[in-house]
Design a binder for this molecule. Structure first.
Ligand SMILES: Nc1nc2c(ncn2[C@@H]2O[C@H](COP(=O)(O)OP(=O)(O)OP(=O)(O)O)[C@@H](O)[C@H]2O)c(=O)[nH]1
Ligand SMILES: [Mg+2]
Ligand SMILES: [Zn+2]
Length: 277
C-alpha cells in the first residue's frame, strides 16, 4: 500500500494511507535514516518496503514534499509587523515553497485594516483574514489546504496552536494567553508531526523557522524573493542594478508609477542594506 509518513518516534514510522488511517510501522534497515515526515512510502504487513523519490526537503523542521507554508500573523496581540511578515516571506521564497499569508484575530481589526495589506495580494500572494475565536474565514482557508502538505509558521502568540485545534479533529495543543508567556524558553523543541486536515490535506506546526535568519542570502539574490519585481528583471539601465540608488532603474520607475508598492520597495531596500551592511 502507498502511504505518507506523519511522524517518526522511537524507531516507529507512523504512516497514513490515502484515507488518512494511521499505521505504526517498522522499516527495512537501509532506508531508515533517509525517511522523514512527508515522504511517500510503500508498505506491507507492518513494514515499510521502500520510499518514493521526494520533490523537496525542508530542513528546519525536516519535512519532505512541503507544498505550502502558512505564515500566520495576528492583527493585534501581537501587533502585525510588516517587517516580520516580509522576513518570513523572504525565507519561504528562498526555499521555493508557496507562502500563504494568514492574518488571525481579524475580529480585532479596525475599519480599513484589510486595505493596508492590499499590496500583498497585488504582489500575487493569497491573503486570508481569519478569526479562530469567531470562526471567520476558516472554511476558505481549509479549502486551500486540500491535498497539500502544509507547514505553519509565525511569531509566538498569533494563534497557530489555536488554529490547529480548530481544524484538526482531536487535536489538543496547548494554547496560552500572550501575557502569560515566559519571555525565555518559549521555543521548546517539539516533535515534527503532520496532522490530518479533514479534506485530505496535512498540516505541521513548526518548531523551526524561529531564528528568522536571512544573512546567508546574497544581496543580489534578494530581488528574486519579491515576486512583484519579476516583470522588471533585466530592464534597468545597468545590468548589475541593485535597484537602490542607480539611475534609470526599472523597479524605481515601477514604484513611481504605482505598479510596485512603495512599502514593499522600502522593505526591499531595508533588507538589502541589512544584507550588505
Ligand atoms: N482575539 C483572538 N484571540 C485569539 C484568536 N485565536 C487565538 N487567540 C488567542 O491568542 C493567544 C495565543 O494563541 P496560541 O494558539 O497559543 O498561539 P501560538 O501561535 O500557538 O503561539 P506559540 O505556540 O507561542 O508560537 C491565546 O490566548 C488564544 O486564545 C482569535 O481569533 N482572536
Ligand atoms: Mg503554539
Ligand atoms: Zn534597478
Amino acid at each position: 500500500m502507498k502511504g505518507i509518513i506523519t511522524k517518526t518516534v522511537g524507531g516507529f514510522f507512523f504512516t497514513a494511507d490515502e484515507k488518512q488511517n494511521i499505521y505504526r510501522l517498522r522499516i527495512r534497515g537501509k532506508i531508515k535514516d533517509r525517511v522523514y515526515p512527508g515522504d511517500y512510502v510503500e508498505f506491507d504487513e507492518g513494514v515499510i518496503e521502500k520510499a518514493y523519490p521526494r520533490k523537496s526537503l525542508l530542513y528546519r523542521p525536516v519535512i519532505a514534499n512541503v507544498d505550502q507554508v502558512l505564515i500566520v500573523m495576528s492583527v493585534l496581540n501581537p501587533l502585525l509587523d510588516r517587517r516580520v511578515l516580509d522576513r518570513f516571506l523572504i525565507m519561504v521564497e528562498e526555499v521555493a515553497i508557496k507562502p500563504l499569508i494568514v492574518i488571525n484575530k481579524i475580529e480585532l481589526a479596525e475599519e480599513g485594516f484589510k486595505e493596508e495589506l492590499r499590496d500583498y495580494t497585488r504582489a500575487g500572494y493569497k491573503v486570508f483574514f481569519i478569526s479562530v475565536k469567531e470562526n471567520i474565514g476558516i472554511d476558505e482557508l481549509v479549502d486551500n489546504l486540500d491535498q497539500h502538505i502544509n507547514v505553519l509558521t509565525g511569531p509566538s502568540g498569533v494563534g497557530k496552536s489555536s488554529l490547529i485545534n480548530k481544524i484538526v479533529k482531536g487535536a489538543n495543543l496547548e494554547v496560552r494567553e500572550v501575557s502569560k508567556r515566559l519571555k525565555r524558553g518559549v521555543h521548546t523543541t517539539k516533535l515534527v508531526e503532520m496532522l490530518p486536515v479533514s479534506n485530505g490535506g496535512w498540516l505541521a506546526d513548526t518548531p523551526g523557522f524561529t531564528s528568522l535568519d536571512i544573512k546567508h542570502i546574497l544581496p543580489e539574490e534578494l530581488r528574486y524573493f519579491y515576486p512583484e519585481f519579476l516583470d522588471y528583471h533585466g530592464k534597468c539601465k545597468f545590468r548589475s542594478c541593485s535597484h537602490t540608488h542607480e539611475p534609470e532603474c526599472a523597479i524605481k520607475e515601477a514604484v513611481l508609477n504605482d505598479e510596485i508598492s512603495k512599502k514593499r520597495y522600502e522593505s526591499y531596500k531595508s533588507f538589502y542594506s541589512e544584507l550588505t551592511g
